[in-house]
Design a protein. Structure first.
Lengths: 313, 296
């Protein structure tokens, strides 16, 4: 390539114009591309790419951080198969997801439809979003206080309603549903806003046509709203299921896995193995299994909900 | 246009009633926290079922922020924890600033390269960045903890902010989508006029996409301010711990006896105030940002 390369011909062959070029490096597209990406690439490599590979490797070892890691091969994975605590934590987590997701999704949809039909007010939408702006820790703290067996406001309310007082967080049967309720409170308004955005993209003339044909409200909801909202529903379900499987903050603040093993979810168990028992290898093996499990759950959801297809058009 | 709901006033009123009920459910717990924070520590017992503060006082806010003289006799009463929340608020501000500001800048430079510049390996890299959004925190926290530990960065702000400071996959993906949504004719014309890629990035891309950068800043600031797991692993010492870590510590340090609820609720209110202020002052922008966060 000639040394008289103009900036325009830069697009054609950046690789060959070499050091003889009079053009400064910073004028070359390929060089600038790499330059602009370098800081992000360093961050990505250090905190995403290499740790993922390293987590897999640590999972093949026995390592307490004090002595050098000892290579075990697949021993951690074999041990995991026979670990009742692991399976019970998976079960507790699945149960939590089953308490959390359906209620949160249905309430989110209900709020979204009401917002769409009755008011588009920003104030109302802000109020619905407010709990999501409160951190998990603070939400858990406030509910822990409201449900305090002796002084908690909600226990006064339940008593007044004749339902009696309950020690929600120290009752084996109530602890997990209570933690699910806290997260439903925090997330339902956010889910509603996402659904609301999806509802706004449904053409109004479809409802008008249905009305002319005398369709009922329920018929319109099930035949128009739900199918056309499917891409949004898939997105909300997939992201909230992935998030739910990793519940940790609320448990750390309230029950710490208890009472007994009632709220020992998988991430809580991984955290405990890593930082209380200092078994980095075993904890990493479990986290790898969780990763693969989440990939499978996501693929199944997308398959079942046929996320790739659109009903519009 | 008349909707069928308006021809059915009962259904419409019922709808409003349900919506207001949900609004009360959303705000109720925040009110309970607020009224408890305003209640005198000695008056808590016996006011649990009340909707209004009993013996209204700002004493709890003053004491958790350290504005009360340590020799003040009111601090000597039983059941009050030693809460140093002012430091935690300051730490949250430092942590959030250190994690968010460079993250947005470097994610923007990367997004510009992905959206506009051609360079070898670009598509593969972008695919890897997107794939990284699937990796759960539970996989990353052990190796990342070990890295920060080996760097000697435990209990430092740089250790807490490092994984967020250079990029997050979401930020890069989001900005790339935004940059792709505007035509590149003007940038190409500027190239022909001899503008460098740097001046196009700083003088055109950043200003044109101000609103998108603001949206990302809101989403990232809220999630970083509320972050718990990573700061909890890296920064537990009083000098660096953020509000979520501090509140958790204040609660667990009193395993025996009744927790210092009025003090804890004062902390939760102080921790929520910046977020409420964001909603009050930039309501529309915040609401739209979060509505937008679900779009792909």
């Amino acid at each position: 390539m000639s040394t008289k390369t103009s900036i325009l011909s830069d697009h054609s062959a950046p690789a060959v114009d070499g050091f003889r070029s009079h053009k400064r490096l910073t004028e070359r597209e390929g060089f600038c591309g790499w330059l602009f990406i370098t800081p992000a690439l360093v961050g990505f490599s250090l905190f995403y790419l290499l740790p993922t590979i390293r987590a897999f490797y640590i999972g093949l070892t026995n390592w307490n951080l004090l002595r050098a890691p000892k290579f075990l091969g697949l021993d951690n994975y074999l041990r995991l198969l026979g670990d009742g605590k692991f399976w019970s934590s998976i079960w507790v987590t699945v149960l939590y997801v089953l308490y959390n997701i359906p209620v949160q999704t249905v309430l989110g949809l209900l709020i979204a439809v009401l917002l769409k039909r009755l008011t588009g007010s920003v104030v109302m939408r802000s109020i619905m979003l407010a709990p999501f702006l409160v951190s998990n820790v603070i939400a858990a703290m406030i509910w822990f206080w409201m449900l305090d067996p002796i002084l908690g406001f909600l226990n006064f309310v339940f008593e007044g309603l004749g339902l009696g007082r309950h020690a929600f967080f120290s009752d084996e049967n109530l602890a997990l549903p209570t933690i699910a309720a806290i997260n439903i409170w925090r997330h339902m308004g956010y889910a509603a806003l996402l659904f609301y955005t999806g509802l706004q993209s449904i053409p109004e003339h479809l409802y008008e046509a249905a009305r002319i044909e005398g369709a009922s409200q329920w018929k319109m909801f099930s035949a128009i709203t739900l199918p056309l909202l499917r891409p949004t529903v898939v997105f909300v379900l997939v992201t909230s299921v992935i998030g739910s499987f990793q519940i940790f903050d609320t448990i750390a603040v309230t029950t710490q896995g208890g009472p007994g093993t009632a709220t020992r979810t998988i991430v809580w168990y991984i955290y405990q193995e890593a930082f209380s028992s200092m078994r980095m290898g075993y904890a990493s093996a479990m986290s790898t299994v969780l990763f693969l499990g989440l990939v499978v759950v996501t693929l199944v959801q997308m398959r079942v909900l046929r996320s790739g297809e659109s009903d519009l058009g | 246009m008349k909707t069928s709901a308006s021809t059915l006033p009962i259904g419409r009123w019922l709808g409003y009633a349900v919506l207001i009920l949900f609004a009360l459910i959303s705000l109720g717990p925040l009110w309970i926290a607020f009224k408890t924070a305003l209640t005198g520590p000695n008056s808590l017992f016996g006011s649990g079922g009340s909707l209004l503060p009993n013996d209204t006082t700002l004493f709890n806010f003053q004491r958790v922020l350290g504005f009360v003289d340590p020799t003040d006799p009111r601090l000597q009463q039983t059941g009050l924890a030693k809460i140093t929340f002012f430091r935690a608020l300051l730490n949250s501000v430092i942590f959030t600033a250190m994690a968010v500001a460079p993250q947005i800048f470097f994610s923007a430079t990367a997004a510009y390269a992905f959206a506009r510049l051609r360079f070898p390996g670009r598509d593969l890299l972008f695919f890897l960045f997107i794939a990284a959004t699937m990796i759960p925190t539970a996989v990353l926290f052990i190796p990342n903890f070990i890295l920060i530990h080996d760097l000697g960065w435990l209990n430092t702000f740089q250790g807490m902010a490092a994984p967020y400071a250079l990029m997050t996959p979401f930020a890069v993906f989001f900005l790339r989508q935004m940059f792709l949504s505007t035509p590149k004719d003007v940038e190409e014309a500027a190239r022909i006029d001899g503008a460098s890629y740097f001046s196009i990035f700083f003088r055109m891309i950043l200003p044109i996409h101000g609103p998108s950068l603001a949206t990302l800043a809101i989403l990232t600031t809220v999630s970083t301010w509320n972050e718990f797991f990573w700061p909890f692993l890296i920064g537990r010492e009083e000098s660096v711990r953020v509000i979520a870590v501090a509140i958790n510590a204040f609660r667990t340090q009193q395993q025996a006896g009744v927790p210092d609820w009025t003090g804890l609720m004062a902390c939760t209110v102080l921790g929520v105030i910046p977020m409420v202020a964001l909603l009050v002052f930039f309501g529309r922008k915040v609401v739209e940002s979060f509505q937008f966060s679900g779009m792909k």
